[in-house]
Design a protein around this ligand. Sequence first.
Ligand SMILES: NC(=O)c1ccc[n+]([C@@H]2O[C@H](COP(=O)([O-])OP(=O)(O)OC[C@H]3O[C@@H](n4cnc5c(N)ncnc54)[C@H](O)[C@@H]3O)[C@@H](O)[C@H]2O)c1
Length: 347
Amino acid sequence: MNATLRFDDSSITVALVGCGGFIGCHLLRALLERTQWRIFGVDLDSYRIQEFLSNSRFEFLSADLAEPAVVERIARYPVVVNLAAICTPGRYMAEAAEVIRSNYNHPAALADACAQSGSWLIHFSTSEIYGKTAADSSALVEDESEIVLGPVTASRWSYATAKLLTERYLTGLAGLNWTVVRPFNFVGPYMDFMPGVDGEGIPRVLANFSTALVRGESLKLVNGGVAKRCFTSVHDAVDFVFCLFANANVAIGEAFNVGNAENELSIADLAQMMRLVYASIKGKSESDVPGIEVVSGEAYYGKGYDDSMRRLPSVEKALRLLGFKAIVPLKVSLEESLRWFIGHYEV
Ligand SMILES: NC(=O)c1ccc[n+]([C@@H]2O[C@H](COP(=O)([O-])OP(=O)(O)OC[C@H]3O[C@@H](n4cnc5c(N)ncnc54)[C@H](O)[C@@H]3O)[C@@H](O)[C@H]2O)c1
């Protein structure tokens, strides 16, 4: 792998697995706009990337990463970004075995193929691998934090366990050039779906609250919404991946948090902030916007629900090694996301 991938080098092709998802569609757009590279994209879905399908630098394969022939084809490319996963909390309880296959078996097979071919595998893991962190926990440090996952009976942890095992597999696999990305709650346009319109089940919190606001229904706060998260713009996430591309020599063999510690707030505060942003976009008063309703985690997500109370990233390593810092304020991301959601779904 060259120390630096030149963005004007038209001989480079990058494989983008999960290119049709939330992060994938933003990364695909940025790759087409900011580089001269070719992109080989794989996904089960393409509804977010219709506008790119006719681009001569983009080849799309509608296929399942579970297929060995698909894995073999992806690993022919020198750089592979793997975003494909089942990653909505609503599915961690009801479909734990499938969640584990998706977040361990498939990426492990891809890692084997990349180790064989010599490709650089940039794998999207999760901040959930830090486990069941307490409300007073300190910043999570990539190569230092101790990890405690919830009990096996709490199948909420199926996703985190599988992602963590994948990280251990990548680090232990001889000959693999790997980089691990641990996202801290990315937000932006195109996140998830509106239940009953273009998806089923429970989306992640941004789409969940956006759906409630657009439908005029109360925002459901699971267990009072006391858990805290650091919401991070998907545009910062895309810029981070570009920092990786530009610094392959230091990025290979490292795991990075990608999060905005300055955007930390509780889910209850997020709900209230989204109500106010929605009111402002619609020119309504706060009292005319749907209110908040507290529900229990088990009642909302089903048996086996559990949670971590705080997830604060240390951002020092990404700054030190790559010069990267997430900069988009939460209010800016929420305005952008809600405007997009309203434009896309509100009739
Ligand atoms: N968005 C976040 O805040 C966040 C947080 C933590 C981790 N991550 C990780 O980042 C990655 C991307 O997340 P996202 O938010 O874009 O998710 P997403 O669900 O929007 O996108 C994932 C894409 O992968 C595709 N996919 C799933 N299984 C596949 C398979 N077997 N074969 C081919 N395609 C398949 C899906 O169709 C989807 O388009 C995931 O690995 C996720 O675990 C994201």
